[in-house]
Design a binder for this molecule. Structure first.
Ligand SMILES: NC(=O)C1=CN([C@@H]2O[C@H](COP(=O)(O)OP(=O)(O)OC[C@H]3O[C@@H](n4cnc5c(N)ncnc54)[C@H](O)[C@@H]3O)[C@@H](O)[C@H]2O)C=CC1
Ligand SMILES: N[C@@H](CC=O)C(=O)O
Ligand code: NA
Length: 448
């Protein structure tokens, strides 16, 4: 067992450089834990770098590295869904295990990639792809393996949480905070992925598959980002005892869940009002947190840095360490070692179920509504009547002093309701002559 483990790192950006630094810093620890020398033999980079140890081969031909005899494990950290996919498929076919941080790629093409890996007795490890440094994939696939998971809710985008925290605490403008998140290496190459909720939806698709044993279905995740959230709504929510967080939810609904809801799985990411004293309400900055409700364990919470070089490198190298342990002396896992390994999506591939993912109109949440009404007598009564006729229960109402052109902002919090009912009620409210503007709605969820 003394032979070295040879790594290739493809992409020397935030995460790739973080992995190089981690290996340099913690080399002795890695060896003491694995019993093997872990060495970087090749790096994939577009330009020659003089800060890289000269014994490491630098190559801009990433497909060649993926097939190199001088590599046991390929670490893909270039990002994107085209070249990264080709490289990973090529590496698998050439007998390499793969470690990737690429949630976009796995959310969109994971079913195909994992199937190829299974067929070739290879592993594709992806701890870094969800919630950065938090070992949530390990926890859900292994530590919770005996539990039935009912729901999970989490802050799963560090950039978004950083922006929301800085806006709320310091009143900083959205654009400035996003620029800082980019400088700190938190944001995606295209930060639209962070602020429009797409990155969180990628991660939720992965979490839901390993929670419920369903194939990856990114296209069915309901997705809303944080770009529409104003400081005004943040402050009104705080006044009512709530905090707005961008959360992902994966919830198993049975037809007995009340409200005549449909059975199936809700997959949704959106800004959400949660009580200020909820655990997730107090997870700030770049921290992520995932709350998992499972049977019989109950609720458990996992928290830590969700982005950045060090946190992500920690997750990448945790995967490498797992792989080192399954690699035999000839650095290829045997078929029996492979079949003993944790399945990619936590459940045996042939046991994945086709449980229905619910459509947006079927989802059940409470709501924060901000209605701008002219201060006419009876308008509040009209609004509450429309809600009550639709079977929607009001939890709280806050009427603010009149501002521009005599309009009065009215804030209403509702109890959980099926989305289709809320859509109809809002349509009617917007038709009232005393209602000046589109109704602003933000979901409210007490699950988290
Ligand atoms: N930055 C973070 O905190 C986290 C990032 N990730 C994921 O990790 C991956 C990498 O992210 P970052 O390091 O932040 O991105 P980055 O943009 O900082 O680094 C990517 C690097 O890959 C290089 N690259 C791209 N195509 C290449 C090619 N054809 N040949 C050679 N080099 C090439 C780029 O030049 C760049 O240096 C992405 O999939 C991202 O979603 C996952 C978790 C956290
Ligand atoms: N851009 C992502 C990086 C980690 O996954 C984030 O901000 O969470
Ligand atoms: Na992780």
């Amino acid at each position: 067992m003394s032979k070295s483990i040879k790594l290739a790192i493809l992409g020397l950006g935030t995460v790739g450089t973080g992995v190089v630094n981690l290996i340099n810093d913690n080399l002795a620890e890695l060896k003491r834990r694995s019993g093997r020398d872990i060495i970087i033999t090749e790096v994939g980079t577009r330009r020659q770098r003089d800060d890289i140890d000269p014994s490491i081969v630098q190559n801009d031909d990433l497909m060649a590295i993926a097939a190199s005899d001088n590599v046991d494990i390929v670490i893909e950290v270039i990002g994107g869904t085209t070249l990264a996919k080709d490289i990973i498929m090529h590496a698998i076919k050439n007998g390499k295990h793969v470690v990737t941080a690429n949630k976009a790629l796995l959310a969109e093409h994971g079913n195909e990639i994992f199937a190829l890996a299974e067929a070739n007795h290879m592993h594709v490890a992806y701890e870094a792809a969800v919630a950065g440094g938090i070992p949530i994939i390990k926890v859900m696939r292994e530590a919770l393996a005996a539990n039935k998971i009912d729901w999970l809710a989490g802050i799963i985008n560090g950039t978004g949480n950083f922006i929301m925290t800085e806006m709320r605490d310091k009143g900083r403008p959205f654009k400035d905070v996003l620029a800082e998140a980019q400088e700190l290496g938190y944001a995606e190459a295209d930060p639209t992925f962070d602020v429009e909720g797409i990155d969180a939806a990628h991660k939720l698709a992965l979490l839901a598959s390993i929670a419920f044993g369903i194939p990856l279905q990114f296209d069915k995740v309901y997705c809303e980002g944080i770009t529409g959230i104003t400081l005004q709504d943040v402050n009104y929510a705080e006044e009512l005892g709530y905090r707005i967080k961008h959360l992902g939810f994966a919830v198993r609904r049975s037809s007995e869940d009340g409200l005549q809801g449909s059975a199936g799985i809700e997959l949704r990411v959106h800004p959400t009002l949660i009580p200020q004293d909820a655990l997730l309400a107090n997870v700030n900055g770049v921290k992520n947190a995932v709350l998992v409700n499972s049977h019989p364990l109950g609720q458990t919470l996992y928290c830590g840095d969700g982005a950045g070089a060090g946190a992500t490198a920690s997750a990448v190298m945790a995967d490498v360490m797992d792989l080192v342990r399954v690699l035999g002396p000839n650095d290829r896992s045997s078929h029996s070692e492979h079949s003993n390994h944790v399945p990619h999506l936590a459940f045996m591939p042939e046991e994945l179920s086709d449980t229905l993912v619910l459509r947006a109109e079927q989802m059940i949440t409470g709501y924060y509504l901000r209605v701008h009404a002219y201060d006419n007598p009876g308008v509040l009564a009209d609004i509450t009547r429309i809600l009550s006729d639709a079977g929607i229960n009001i939890d709280a109402i806050l009427q603010k002093p009149a501002h521009k052109l005599g309009q009065v902002p009215v804030i209403i919090l509702t109890l959980p309701v099926i989305e289709s009912q809320m859509n109809l009620a809002i349509e009617k409210i917007e038709k009232l002559t005393a209602v000046a503007d589109k109704v602003v709605r933000i979901r409210l969820d007490e699950l988290a």
